[in-house]
Every structure is written in structure tokens, then in C-alpha cells.
Write a protein that binds this ligand. Sequence first.
Ligand code: EAX
Length: 328
Amino acid sequence: HIPARLAAAALSLALLSTSALAEVKERTLKFGYSTFEAHPLGQGANKFVELVGQKSGGKIKMKVYPATQLGSETQTISATQGGVQDIVGTSTAPLAGLVKEYAIFDFPFLFANEKEADAVVDGPVGQTLLAKLSEKNLAGLCFFENGFRNITNSKRPISKGEDVAGLKIRTMQNPVYLESFKTLGANAVPMPWPEVYTALESGAIDAQENPYGIISVNKLNEVQKYISVTKHAYSPWAVIMSKKLWDGLSEEERTIFVSSCNEAKDFQRKFSRAEDAKIVADLKSKGMMINELAPEEVSRIKTTLQPVIDKYTATVGEDLVKQAQASI
Ligand code: EAX
């Protein structure tokens, strides 16, 4: 027979989980993001949805809209602010237009590797930035990663900063990216992601920059010849809820969302990093030319971009930059 203590423990556990779930409402939420489901971000999004489902005993469901079905990143961020969309996943760059401190993540060459990125994004700077979204009718849950960004173009390999000059390059809708590429002499144009493939195809632009995964899943190999491994910036990807929804959640529901996001994040980053080598081989096999830059050329680019870093250090505040540097 079952020992009394064990039976009591089982009973209290059962009570705990039923009483716990009493604080969880049946909900079906709208979750939209810009990349494809097959991308590691889409896989991370699915993991998040699955975990929220499990932890809520199936009460909280999400309808997922990948691949810009609900609009560009800036549009879906606005829809989430208005509560029309419940959850958005987005590269953080467009958030700098709402909360200026987000520009810190866009500083060229801020992180040398993923370990440094994780330390800052998961540290006090990341926490501050998630919390700041509440000023804009948003509730930040956690950060996945889009990854280190590399330049692709149709003209030539980029081996030094001077090779960027004259390229018509699309940037995200973010001033740090825009000014960085202008400083290198490029003809830089901000453009929402859904327009980029067509603009590259028609030759309206020559170049764009994104991590390997985005290049691959969007088949940019069809319209771009060269990838130059500049790793000039790192894109975190924020999972954000509308504040309207957040404010109406029980503590228990909030815990479900935040803990699921963080668990999904660990899965997502591992997956993303494991995919990179395979993607590079695949892009090469599809005819893309991939070149690395000599470290001294990377340092020269960084020196050229120092005025942009200085300008945006003033914008985001020197304390935040120091805090980031202390985490690295
Ligand atoms: O889906 O707009 C961009 O370049 C971002 O990297 C976006 O997340 C791509």
C-alpha cells in the first residue's frame, strides 16, 4: 500500500496544481513575427507556445502568424502596443524608435562573440530594456537571438571598409545601422523587411545585412552573390506582449509566460548556433561566395565607426554602456 506520507504529498501536489490552474484563464492569443517558421526563431517561437500550453494545462493557446503575415516588424510592434496583436517577436533594432536605450544593442562590434552577447542581454542591461517597454504599452518577456549580422551584396566581396562605399544597402529601420553604413560611404536606405527580397531582385538595392539563418530561409542566395563575414552587429530578438493583456493577467499566468519564454530562449539559442555551420555549407553549395575579413580590417572599420558609437553612447546614456561593458 502507499505510505501515508507519500499519499499526503501526492494529494497536496494535486491540490496545488488544481488551485494553481484556477488562476489561469482559457485564452487564445495572437502571436506574430517576421521570419519563417523553419528558422530557429520560428522553432523557438513554437517551443514557447508549447511550453505555455503545457504549463497552463492546455488553457492558454496561441495562434501563430509567422513570415510577416501580420505585417512588418514596426507594424506588428504598433499592433501589439494597441492590443490588436497579443504577442510579437521582433529584432530589437526597430524598438530603438520607441525606447531610445535599445540602440545600445545596435552598436557596431559591441560583442565579440555569443558569450558576450548572452552576458549583456541576460544581465542587468537586458532586464532594464525589457522593463522599459512598459512605458510604451508593451511588456517584454525575454530575448531570443537573431544573431550576428553579415553583409550580402551582388557586386563584390567586402574585405575592407572601403568596399562598402557606394553600395546601395538596405538597413533595418534604426538610426545606428543607417548612420553606420552612411559613415562607411554606402548609400544606405531603411526599409521594412517584407520589401527587401523584391528590392534586391529588381536591383533597386545591391546589399543587405542579416545573420546566416535569415539569409538562408529567405533564399537570398537567389539574388545575392557575396556574403562577407563582418559580424558588425548582433541582433537580439525580443518576445513582447501587449501591456493591455499583461495588466489583466494573474501572477500565475505571468509566471507561465516569463518562465516559458526563458526556457524557450535557451532552446532557441542552442538551436540557432548549431544550425550556423550547416547553413554556411548549404549557402556555399548554392553558389554564394563567402569571405572572412582580416582582423586588422575589422579594427579599421570599428575606428571609422567610433563617431557613431560616441554619438549613440550619449543617446543611450554612458551609464548603460558602462553597465554593458561590465557584464562582458
Ligand atoms: O526577419 O529586418 C531585419 O533585417 C531583421 O533581421 C528581421 O528580423 C528579419
